[in-house]
Each structure stands twice: as C-alpha cells, then as structure tokens.
Design a protein around this ligand. Structure first.
Ligand code: PLP
Length: 372
C-alpha cells in the first residue's frame, strides 16, 4: 500500500520538537493570537519576502477576507479558473461577487493568460490566479494585464508555498495572496490554518480587523468581520515545519523528476510540464493518461493511492449553476478533467515506492489498452 500522502511519516521526523512545542503552548494558557502566531507571521512573511502576513483560520478565509479587504462584492466580477479547488471560486461567491471563468493552458493546468483580456468587462475588479499543483502561473503576463486594466491580483497560493517565478516567490506579485496550511498541503499544520500575505500596510490593517470581528481594537467594531484566527498550537507547529519547507520542496522536485524518468518510455503517460524559469514545488504530481477512470480503479485495487484533482470542473458544479455556464464553454478545462490523475507525492516518499508506482501505472495502462 503506497498512499498519495503520508502525513504520519512527516510527523515522525519532527515529533519530539513538535510535542514539546505543543505542551509549552498548553502550559502557557495563551491559545489565540499570542506569541507563537505573532512570531510565525513574521517568519512566514520573511520566508516569502513579503512585508506582512496575517494568520487566519484557513486558506478559504484568506481568499474571502482578501476580497473583503479590497472592497470587492456585489456587482463586481473576478476572473479566475474552473480547474481548481472549490474554495477559490466559493470565496468570490461568499462576498457576493461573480466568478468569471477563463480556460486553462493544457500543459501547465493554470490560467491561460492569452484569454484573460477577453474576459474583462467594466465590472471586473480582480484576477485570481491559482498556482495549481505547486506550478507557478505566468505572473509577468498577469501583472501586466492587471496594471493595464487597473485590476487587483489575488494569488491563490494554497498549493504553492515556496514556488518561484523567475526567482521571485509566488505570493509576492499580487495585492494579497492566500496560503493554506490544511494538513495535506506542502506546508501543513495539524488542523486548519491559513495566512494572507500583503505588502500594503493598509490592507494588512484591514485583514487584521476583518479576522477579528471588524475591529483592530478590542470591543471597537468598525465593520462586519468574522472570527478567523490562526491559533497558537497550529502556529507553534508551523514554526517548526517552516524550517524544513525548502528541504521538503526540494525532495518533492527530485521525486517529480524521478517519476518523469520512470515514465520516459511510456508514450501514453503525459508527465507534468514546467514553464521556463520557474521553481515548481509539486504539491501534486499529476499526469494525463487515456482511460483515466479505468486506471484509477485498477490503481486503487492494487494499493496505489491516486486521486483525481478535480473530477468536476467548477463551472459545472451546482453552487455555480446560477452563473449559467454550460458544457463546452471551457473545452481545455473539461478535457483535462477527464485525463488527469495525481500519484503519490510527499517529501518522505522513497525511490522504491516510486518505482512500484510507475511500474504499476504502466502495467495498468497496458492492460487498459489491451482491453480496449
Ligand atoms: C486547499 C485550497 C484552498 C483552501 O484552503 P483551506 O485551508 O482548505 O480552506 C483554496 N484554494 C486551493 C487551490 C486549495 O488547494
């Protein structure tokens, strides 16, 4: 049995330090917005080269509050993709704005930058690029379009902590960026957690107020906010994990290149493509194959963890039905939805496990081809 991710294995590598830190928090009596969260906010901001980080409950809240902080709401449109986790577009609906879907690039799975301008209307307020699977979007193009049309950029970096575009960390290009520390992410805590990054003091102050019932000063409420804070236990764990993230991301990259090698002789497997001058962190190692659903079933039967991210494109999900999209509107997104499958990927994965995964995938594909 080779799981798609093994959180326990990573835990074992930091167990002693993490357990000590958690006990210390419990003994301290300070559980929300204390010393650990403050320190972690500084450390993660520094890691990114951003001015400010605001600790929140989740990546979803980071996206939602980013939109709120930028005063995006009813009557506004936000350009994004339908090939992502639902939280990206759900956050736009939460604030009452309208997601406008642009198709993706078939190789990188990210927003097709050549189609963004065609989707801009007088109501467009922002572009929300998603660095899917840890792969950076074409940020030069996105920032250029945003500048020319006076649009905000909110980067969804929930799968891309540590990824770089032309040597610069993704998450430092836009006005606000969202990070998630959900346990399966590259930098995962042991519960829910997230951060919003920004270089603007004004936006940082708004985020700090919005996460705490709309007031920066206790019992003074300027506007309607929510309760969304990163807690001390998660912050203490994240401070320890952050020290390892570069090493873990480097290991993921090595694994990705080894998979590429193992699949090199198999034409049926389309391995991931990297843009020039990017540092992908392989949140997922996602291949494209024919007979994807058959392969998925066979891998499950053989104990290989594989997942479909994501089986239904968001423009076809019920929550967005009111937007009026139909099948055929986003042909590349729809096609990729049928072809993608993600294989086991985590820093502690061994070469032997990768060899077993690749061998099994190739055997199953050959079996599928014979059956067809
Ligand atoms: C995980 C994820 C989110 C949401 O993060 P949570 O912390 O689970 O709320 C948003 N966008 C993308 C692309 C994600 O992968």
């Amino acid at each position: 049995m080779i799981p798609i991710i093994d959180s326990k294995r990573q835990y074992q590598t930091i167990a002693e330090e993490a357990e000590r830190a958690v006990v210390e928090v419990m003994r301290s009596g300070s559980y929300i917005l204390g010393a650990n969260t403050k320190a972690f906010e500084g450390e993660i901001a520094e890691f990114f080269g951003a001015k400010y980080a605001v600790g929140l409950n989740s990546g979803t809240d980071a996206l939602h509050l980013a939109l709120r902080a930028l005063d995006i709401g009813a009557g506004d449109e936000v350009i994004t993709v339908a090939f992502t986790f639902v939280a990206t577009t759900e956050s736009i609906e939460i604030v009452g704005a309208k997601p406008v879907f642009v198709d993706i690039d078939p190789d990188t799975f990210n927003i097709d930058v050549n189609k963004i301008e065609g989707a801009i209307t007088p109501k467009t307020k922002a572009i929300m690029p998603v660095h899917l699977y840890g792969q950076p979007c074409d940020m030069d193009m996105i920032m250029d379009i945003a500048k020319r049309h006076n649009l905000f950029v909110i980067e969804d970096c929930c799968q891309a902590v540590g990824a770089k575009y032309k040597g610069q960390m993704v998450g430092t290009f836009g006005d606000i960026s969202a990070l998630s520390f959900y346990p399966t992410k590259n930098l995962g805590c042991m519960g829910d957690g997230g951060v919003a990054l920004t270089n603007s003091e004004f936006l940082k102050n708004r985020l700090v107020a919005l996460r705490n019932h709309g007031g920066a000063i206790r019992y003074h409420h300027e506007e309607i906010g929510i309760n969304s804070r990163l807690d001390e236990i998660q912050s203490a764990i994240l401070r320890i994990k952050l020290k390892h993230i570069d090493k873990w991301n480097a290991a993921r990259r090595e694994h990705a290149y080894y998979y590429n090698e193992l699949f090199a002789g198999c034409d049926a497997v389309k391995t991931p493509v990297e843009l020039d001058d990017t540092y992908c962190v392989y949140h997922q190692y996602t291949i494209k194959v024919p007979n994807r659903d058959d392969l998925h079933k066979m891998l499950q039967e053989r104990g290989i963890g594989a997942m479909i991210y994501y089986p239904i494109p968001l423009h076809m999900q019920k929550l967005h039905a009111h937007l009026g999209y139909k099948m055929g509107d986003l042909p590349v997104t729809e096609k990729n939805t049928e072809l993608v499958i993600s294989l086991p990927m985590f820093a502690e994965l061994t070469r032997e496990e990768q060899e077993t995964v690749a061998k099994t995938v190739i055997e199953c594909i050959e079996a599928c081809a014979v059956a067809v």
